[in-house]
Design a protein around this ligand. Structure first.
Ligand code: GDP
Ligand code: MG
Length: 444
């Protein structure tokens, strides 16, 4: 993964260093993105669809206010990579019932046994009782390997050293786990067989016997884009609910492994980033791409663009007349994030604002003062109940005292905020009225 991160962070630095983005530099940047992705073993069609979309969007969409075209290009790259990696949001890793049976399958050496221990540790840390069952009777030492790992992570273990019958081990193991009131049972399976056909058949037999709540396919990321063919082969025999990609730490082909698994329709839940039992991560496309492109800078940019988008939503709410203290709360957040860039501040006629606000817009030096007040208001809003936020009219003197105490401010500060709310409300009503008048005038 390191070469991929280096290549992308270099590219971002280069984009940042450009004076502006003309036709020729855009083409060059797109070509460089293609080179990086192809080197990471991403398939040509996925690469070209990513860069085509970036190009189209860059030409058609306008960057949000306050965002330069260079930043916007980086943002588009970020968004399209996230999309190619399965989209926004981390997968749910919750255990939805007790006991929950999780079956691991995959070819020999993909990392199943190690992964079983990693998952056990992950869920034990979430306060579950976890049990491991070893059904691999082919690989010499599999029994001891998992038994030892189970001891390391404090999981229960069941295996039969001398048995040759995976199904009977499984039955005994499930009984054992049931007796011991385990919340999560992880079933490790064999990966070595005379041929693929036999491996898949045994996986199917174990599946039928265990009736697992989840089948997790373990794939070695070093095989790159071949991961898709492997996923599809397993899918023909057993329904695959999730994928665990191992050895992400030691391959230059991580990009190919990720995108090809996703294209095959499977959901990547975890990635393995080292041999140790702690080296497991929930796969989150957003976080992953942030890391690829160089976290710090990018986060600030994404935050900025999100804030601009959020603000547009708040404006819409305000225009629809849905004003309460929750709106004000969102509004303050957005002002604090965007500072002088805030559209909402432009919306407010200066003369109607409390003195501090006028300062924000006219006097740079008093900005920090105003920020201080915004923060105080934010504390006040945090001390209010949901009911009070949605329905500020219920806030009486005793509630004001309680809120002030909770926020560590004076009741006067709370009143100041409530005055601001009343002011906003009057202002919006006036705007609405004048719009109606205007509407009548032009014969709407
Ligand atoms: P199995 O045959 O599928 O059960 O695979 P094993 O769990 O025995 O693992 C095979 C090899 O891969 C071992 O040497 C593991 O230490 C190694 N391995 C597993 N996961 C990872 C990982 O995320 N990163 C690295 N670098 N090695 C891993
Ligand atoms: Mg194994």
């Amino acid at each position: 993964m390191k070469p991929l991160i280096d290549a992308f962070t270099n590219l971002i630095a280069r984009i940042r260093g450009l004076n502006y983005i003309d036709e020729a530099t855009l083409k060059e940047v797109l070509r460089e993105i293609q080179r990086i992705l192809l080197r990471a073993d991403v398939s040509a069609d996925v690469v070209s669809s990513i860069t085509k979309t970036i190009e189209e969007r860059f030409r058609q969409e306008r960057p949000p206010e306050g965002v330069t075209s260079k930043e916007f290009l980086v943002y588009l790259l970020y968004q399209e990579l996230v999309k190619a990696l399965g989209g926004e949001g981390a997968p749910s890793v919750d255990i939805t019932k007790r006991p929950y049976k999780l079956m691991l399958i995959g070819v020999e050496g993909s990392g199943k046994t190690t992964t079983a221990a990693k998952l056990a540790r992950f869920y034990i840390r979430r306060n579950l009782r976890v049990g491991l069952i070893e059904t691999d009777v082919y690989r010499p030492g599999a029994y001891y390997q998992l038994k030892q790992l189970a001891g390391k992570v404090n999981a229960l273990f069941y295996g039969e050293e001398n048995s040759r019958d995976p199904l009977s081990i499984l039955r005994h193991g499930l009984e054992y786990m049931q007796r011991n009131k385990v919340d999560l049972v992880i079933i490790d399976t064999a990966g070595r067989h005379r041929n693929e056909e036999e491996l898949l058949k045994e996986a199917r037999a174990i599946y039928d016997e265990a009736k697992p709540d989840e089948v997790m396919l373990v794939i070695d990321a070093t095989i790159g884009r071949q991961a898709a063919a492997q996923t599809e082969a397993f899918m023909r025999y057993v329904p695959i609910n999730s994928v665990f990609l191992t050895k992400m730490d030691s391959t230059a082909k991580a990009g190919g492994a990720l995108t090809s698994v996703i294209k095959s329709g499977a959901r990547i839940k975890f990635i393995g980033v080292g041999e140790d039992v702690d080296e497991i991560e929930v796969f989150d496309a957003n976080k992953f791409v942030s890391r690829l492109l160089g976290m710090g800078d990018l986060e600030a940019l994404i935050e900025k663009i999100r804030a601009v988008e959020e603000e547009r939503e708040i404006m819409e709410e305000i225009e629809e007349g849905k004003l309460n203290l929750l709106t004000i709360k969102k509004q303050l957040d957005s002002m604090m994030k965007l500072g002088p860039l805030s559209k909402i501040m432009e919306l407010l006629p200066t003369s109607m604002l409390p003195i501090q606000y006028r300062a924000i817009m006219t006097d740079e030096e008093r900005m920090s003062n105003a920020q201080e007040m915004l923060r105080r208001w934010r504390h006040i809003l945090d001390s209010m109940t949901k009911e009070e936020l949605l329905n500020p009219e219920i806030i009486n003197a005793s509630r004001i005292r309680r809120i002030a105490k909770g926020a560590g401010v004076t009741p006067k500060d709370v009143k100041e905020l409530l005055n601001y709310y009343q002011l906003m409300k009057r202002m919006i009503n006036q705007i609405k009225k004048s719009r109606r008048r205007l509407g009548r005038l032009i014969g709407e």
